[in-house]
Design a protein around this ligand. Structure first.
Ligand code: HEM
Length: 237
């Protein structure tokens, strides 16, 4: 098959003969770095070069047009007749993720007198409130068991139409209602089960907690977790 490359062209890049200290011309910012780098493992492990080092890579696949006349093949493999020891592994183009941990704090910006935002200071990292230790018998599994037990967790009979004024009255741990996505829930039974703690959950007692909930953990399936605690719907009035 003629499109297979019969032999591999070898091209070399030699470091300038005059480069006794650095091969990079400081005057030319486009001068690429020497390859392999002067202190690379490749250089140190290779036998002492008798002449200018040369590097070979597989040439690009031939243009598509040529393939049309040739024998079709499922495999897009070019057999290269080149000494294996001279082949370099392909250079990865995948960008490495940056897992750097932010140290110091959050940058803050202010608007200068010219109206342009400028970085002014590095403040302390805001400590994220985390999970709390739940008392025994209040795990997520225990909550799942309780909600499927048939026990009344609503505290009301029937589906209620709740006004804002009425909602505000239910703001104590023993009688806490909150609104999420327009629906009113009795959150009292869930308080000791909440992984973020009772205090955090009580912040939304007697009011609409949708925003705080979404800002904290939008991935939590509230509809499912609290379906047995649903009191009704929030109405104007
Ligand atoms: C009734 C509505 C809520 C339900 C059903 C609920 C449920 C949950 C669940 C399941 C977790 C564990 C999340 C995880 O492990 O990924 C959690 C964690 C947490 N929740 Fe809630 N939550 C509610 C409302 C709130 C509210 C209003 C706040 C107020 C800020 C809050 C604050 C937190 C915090 C701080 C955590 C710990 C986050 C962490 O570090 O993992 N939650 N909540």
């Amino acid at each position: 098959m003629s499109w297979l490359v019969p032999s591999l062209p070898t091209w070399g890049r030699s470091t300038p003969a005059s480069s006794s200290t650095s091969p990079i011309d400081p005057e030319d910012i486009d001068t690429p770095p020497p390859f392999p780098l002067l202190n690379s493992h490749q250089r140190s492990s290779a036998p002492a070069p008798s002449s200018t080092p040369s590097f070979s890579v597989a040439p690009p696949s031939p243009p598509k047009a040529q393939h049309d006349e040739e024998e079709p093949s499922d495999l897009n493999i070019a057999i290269v007749d080149a000494p294996l020891g001279n082949m370099l592994p392909p250079v990865s183009t995948i960008k490495k993720p940056n897992f750097a941990i932010q140290k110091g704090g959050l940058d803050t910006y202010s608007t200068g007198t010219n109206g342009i935002a400028k970085k002014t200071e590095t403040g302390p990292v805001k400590k994220k409130k985390g999970k709390v230790a739940l008392t025994p018998g209040h795990s997520a599994l225990d909550w799942a068991r309780l909600t499927s037990s048939g026990e009344d967790l609503r505290g009301v009979h029937g589906f209620q139409r709740v006004t804002l004024a009425e909602l505000k009255e239910h703001n104590t741990p023993d009688d806490a209602w909150s609104v999420f996505n327009g629906m009113v829930y009795n959150i009292t039974p869930y308080l000791p089960f909440h992984p973020g703690g009772e205090d955090e959950l009580m912040r939304v007692a007697g009011r609409d907690g949708t925003k705080l909930f979404m800002l904290t953990h939008s991935w939590v399936n509230l509809d499912f977790m609290l379906k047995e605690c649903m009191v009704g719907v929030l109405v104007r009035g």
